[in-house]
Write a protein that binds this ligand. Structure first.
Ligand SMILES: Nc1ncnc2c1ncn2[C@@H]1O[C@H](COP(=O)(O)OP(=O)(O)OP(=O)(O)O)[C@@H](O)[C@H]1O
Ligand SMILES: [Mg+2]
Length: 225
């Protein structure tokens, strides 16, 4: 059997050198798997996602991403890995406001330097119709509602078929109908082979076959839903 895409053991992370926000985390996630993480506001969920997504460093412990040993001191050398293999849906969306929805969703291809093939354009149409944003493709991102921005950010994370999709509160601004649409889209990404890591407050949402964790006191505990 292949090693899981993400393998972490005894991860510790502190911002101030005193309090460990992450205090001994063991976690693994394989391709095709979904992990959902709950936890109180301020407990370190976004911190954990930033560490997994190679955006922030750890103080202690070991982290292997796709069999690459991640060294805390060399985070800036992982930008290619990040751009190619990780799709990030940020809590604050991080869209480029003056650009159109279409250009925002296609942004990963600008970073990857890959040409926009016919296949990518048909993916664009398929993903945006799946997420109910196909009629918005020509609109400026700045003019969207919060829920629309959220779905655009999800389309941008999915379109390059990354090995890992990380989503921080992907349904935080959505009504029930659109939350279900997003959950179905992320579940489908996992069925197609992505590892999917989600932070959410929404305990009603159903992600197929998800492993569910609680982050508490810097530790991750696997729980039943
Ligand atoms: N860049 C930073 N520098 C210093 N402290 C930080 C930084 N980012 C987060 N923190 C602190 O770390 C703790 C965890 O923050 P984090 O954003 O990970 O929480 P969260 O679980 O995502 O919360 P929420 O549910 O409100 O989004 C908080 O006490 C926060 O103030
Ligand atoms: Mg957060």
């Amino acid at each position: 059997m292949n090693d899981p895409l993400i393998r972490m053991s005894s991860i510790k992370k502190s911002y101030d050198g005193k309090k460990n926000i992450l205090d001994g985390i063991d976690f693994s996630l394989g391709t095709g798997e979904i992990a959902v993480i709950y936890g109180e506001s301020g407990c370190g969920k976004s911190t954990f996602l930033n560490v997994v997504g190679l955006l922030d460093s750890i103080n202690e412990g070991s982290y292997f991403f796709d069999n690459n040993k991640i060294s805390a001191r060399r985070l800036n050398t992982y930008s290619t890995l990040r751009a190619r293999d990780i799709g990030f849906v940020f809590q604050s969306y991080c869209l480029i406001e003056p650009l159109s929805v279409r250009d925002n969703i296609l942004m990963p291809f600008v970073y990857n330097g890959k040409p926009l093939s016919k296949q990518v354009m048909s993916e664009l149409n398929q993903i945006s119709s799946e997420l109910g944003i196909d009629s918005l493709l020509g609109k400026k991102a700045a003019l969207l509602s919060g829920g629309e921005k959220q779905r655009v950010a999800i389309a941008r994370a999915m379109i390059k078929h990354p090995k890992l999709i990380i989503a921080d509160e992907p349904t935080g601004n959505l009504d029930e109908v659109n939350s279900n649409i997003v959950a179905a889209a992320l579940s489908r990404a996992a069925e197609n082979g992505a590892a999917v890591l989600i932070v959410t407050h929404d305990r009603q949402l159903n992600y197929n076959n998800a492993k569910v964790y609680l982050l508490n006191d810097g530790r991750l505990i696997q729980v039943e839903k």
